[in-house]
Design a binder for this molecule. Sequence first.
Ligand SMILES: NC(=O)C1=CN([C@@H]2O[C@H](COP(=O)(O)OP(=O)(O)OC[C@H]3O[C@@H](n4cnc5c(N)ncnc54)[C@H](OP(=O)(O)O)[C@@H]3O)[C@@H](O)[C@H]2O)C=CC1
Ligand SMILES: CC(=O)[C@H](N)C(=O)O
Length: 271
Amino acid sequence: MLPVDTLDTALVTGASTGIGAAYADRLAARGHPLVLVARNREALDTLAARLSREHRVKVDVLPADLTSSAQRAEVERRLREDEAIGTLVNNAGASVAGGLAEARLDDVEAMIGLNVVAPTRLTGALLPRLLARGRGSIINIASALAIAPELSVGAYAATKSYLLTYTLSLHKEVNGRGVQVQAVLPGITRTAIWEHAGKDIDSFPEHMIMEVDEMVDAALAGYDMGELVTVPSLPDGEEWNGYDEARRRLFPELSRSQAADRYKSDIPEDA
Ligand SMILES: NC(=O)C1=CN([C@@H]2O[C@H](COP(=O)(O)OP(=O)(O)OC[C@H]3O[C@@H](n4cnc5c(N)ncnc54)[C@H](OP(=O)(O)O)[C@@H]3O)[C@@H](O)[C@H]2O)C=CC1
Ligand SMILES: CC(=O)[C@H](N)C(=O)O
């Protein structure tokens, strides 16, 4: 296990239930003081009371709707100013009902605000301080759909592709400067997100559904191993490395002074 700095406070978004609540529980068990963010103050208070009692860590709640720029600004301020915070788990997220043609555009915009804008702004608020002290962690909860948009409908998968790409860019920028980053790509995990988006999780075969504790424990094991990208259900980690290497093999070909021959009209079709 990598050394976990028990003095650092972890701020977890979407901590009132589901994956975020499980992260809060596991991080508290590791000795991290916590700042819990979500809209439901009552659920945050209940969780905070339990975690501080069971794990003897300080747990603050910071209720905020991360789609509201005014409320999100309070979370940004906390990340910028609270010297104790060294870990950020960008977990809050939602999906919306319907495909690209049917979904309510206001709902889609709110989803992009929550899944894309919020983690970008929260990371941007914290990162300068982490880099200045040369220590810290940022964990972004994306989704397996980031690399498999064909398995879903609507714009949700695109928000998760953003978070994966953002994490790769973040890693490039902070690599070697003491800040650990990780993108987590869970598959179908049993939480309320499905119900909120009007989808029945039990329409999937049981063997495709992971329980939330198992998912978070696997993601933290990937974090401890120093993984940049963790796919909790992928049996063979080398499969991810092969996928990533195939992508990287394209790099030298992606920008050239000449268009590829197949796009040139002067090449005879039978050449
Ligand atoms: N469950 C799954 O199958 C998968 C989930 N994921 C990702 O995991 C993350 C967690 O999802 P999951 O636990 O399943 O979902 P849940 O719906 O169970 O939990 C979502 C959390 O985000 C919070 N949240 C929602 N909207 C807002 C908002 N506007 N402002 C602040 N907080 C908000 C909720 O709290 P509150 O309502 O109190 O604000 C809640 O704590 C998401 O990013 C999701 O995309 C990825 C792959 C699979
Ligand atoms: C609601 C979903 O599509 C789910 N969160 C996922 O990322 O698989």
